[in-house]
Design a protein around this ligand. Structure first.
Ligand SMILES: NC(=O)c1ccc[n+]([C@@H]2O[C@H](COP(=O)([O-])OP(=O)(O)OC[C@H]3O[C@@H](n4cnc5c(N)ncnc54)[C@H](O)[C@@H]3O)[C@@H](O)[C@H]2O)c1
Length: 269
């Protein structure tokens, strides 16, 4: 039996990178899948890849109207929702705040925190009732930036720390019906994570970093020494989204290839 048979799963921000890999894995595990994505080009590619089997919706997770339209479409097609997997996010360019024009901070904060935190908060509100009705799960995406410095700049790190705290509170508020957890990845291969408009960095993508350079940096830092693909994260997300998880709520799973646990003194590269 597949892990997600009889599960209706919605992946938000599933147009590329982590979310796309997780969406593919959920489908392979038998889920009835819906994906919500901001980028029109990625929406077209998703429709091309998945065809009529998957409900693909264009929408912005920071828009209550878009989230409500998504809820309507999912419930109309499937009649229920068993798991909300949130993977959307944007980067802050890792620019030290002292090097930034003071007046840029307003826009940077609003942009990064809006997608990376408000999007999750609004999604939890909009889909919470359906998940309570099904005894479902929320699985959100934070980062090792929530635990240690230099995984991003101040705005990105603050946003990821906020998601970590958000799942604590949401798990409390939605108990006992909905399990709420998060995953904190470190580096991810094939990511298109983009920078903020506020600093003129929206065209900058993680995929612009030469693969070899990114891989060798990651290998030198992580214990398992492989840069995970989005699909590698699939089984963890699928488990947390499934009814098989009867024991965890309010937790963030650090899925970092041992990055934060590396030996500082004795291990070379
Ligand atoms: N790339 C990494 O190394 C890394 C490490 C740790 C955590 N993460 C986190 O993983 C998650 C996925 O990132 P990724 O690396 O796969 O990047 P990605 O850019 O490939 O995927 C993010 C997706 O979210 C979509 N999106 C952005 N804003 C949106 C909005 N307002 N509404 C709907 N969709 C929106 C993007 O268009 C994109 O398709 C993010 O939360 C990111 O912070 C990434």
């Amino acid at each position: 039996m597949s892990l997600l048979n009889d599960h209706v799963v919605l992946v938000t921000g599933g147009g590329s990178g982590l979310g796309l890999g997780v969406a593919r894995h959920c489908l392979a595990e038998g889920a009835q899948l819906a994906v919500m994505e901001l980028s029109a080009a990625k929406v077209a590619a998703l429709r091309e890849e998945f065809g009529a089997d998957v409900l693909v919706l264009q929408g912005d997770v920071t828009s209550l109207a878009d989230l409500r339209a998504c809820r309507e479409a999912v419930l109309e097609r499937h009649g229920r929702l068993n798991a909300l997997i949130g993977t959307q996010g944007i980067f802050d360019g890792n620019v030290p705040i002292a090097e930034m024009a003071e007046d840029r901070l307003y826009a940077l904060f609003d942009e990064v925190l809006s997608v990376n935190v408000k999007g999750y908060l609004l999604s939890a509100r909009v889909f919470g009732e359906a998940l309570q009705a099904s005894g479902g799960a929320m699985v959100f995406t934070t980062s090792t930036a929530a635990y240690a410095a230099d995984g991003g700049g101040a705005a990105y790190s603050a946003s990821k720390g906020a998601i970590r705290s958000l799942v604590n509170q949401l798990a409390f508020e939605f108990a006992p019906h909905v399990r709420v957890n998060a995953v904190a990845p470190a580096g991810i291969a094939n990511s298109q994570l983009s920078g903020p408009h506020a600093l003129g960095l929206s065209a900058q993508k993680q995929s612009d970093i030469p693969t070899d350079a990114f891989l060798s940096m990651f290998r030198s830092l992580s214990l398992l020494q492989e840069l995970p693909t989005p699909e590698d994260h699939g089984p963890l997300y699928a488990f947390l989204a499934s009814r098989q998880n009867r024991i965890m709520t309010g937790q963030t799973v650090v899925a970092d290839q041992g990055l934060l646990n590396r030996a500082v003194l004795t291990r070379g590269d």
